[in-house]
Write a protein that binds this ligand. Structure first.
Ligand code: ZN
Length: 121
């Protein structure tokens, strides 16, 4: 019973966090780039963030000097100037890494001020 209540509180907290970002655009308005070749974990994470936060753009597979993006293991959730949205996405994903098979996420560090980067297993 207690664990059920905990799960409900957690779910409510996530919904409240999403609501704080206020009226995200419909997922249909998201620009998806490089979705072909995503691993199953990356695909699931993309789906979760798209339906929960609807960031303006999500990038996946692309050439890079590091292997994460070229191999379909990394996603960039573009928020541009919407730091609140970035905070919400990063806060949620970074505290629920295991649930989303996330290796690590980057936000508000060099080159990651306009998007949240996540690499999955
Ligand atoms: Zn990235």
């Amino acid at each position: 019973m207690a664990h059920l209540r905990g799960a409900r509180v957690k779910k409510f907290a996530a919904l409240a966090a999403a609501a704080l970002v206020a009226a995200p655009p419909a997922s249909a308005d998201i620009q998806f780039v490089g979705m072909v070749g995503l691993t199953p974990n990356a695909q699931a994470l993309k789906q979760y963030v798209a339906t929960t936060y609807a960031p303006p753009s999500i990038g996946g597979v692309r050439p890079d000097r590091l292997p994460d993006h070229p191999t379909g293991h990394a996603l960039d959730f573009m928020v541009y100037g919407n730091t609140k949205l970035g905070n919400a996405i990063f806060g949620d994903l970074n505290s629920n890494k295991a649930a989303h098979s996330i290796k690590y996420c980057l936000w508000q560090v060099a080159n990651h001020y306009d998007h949240v980067h996540c690499t999955v297993f």
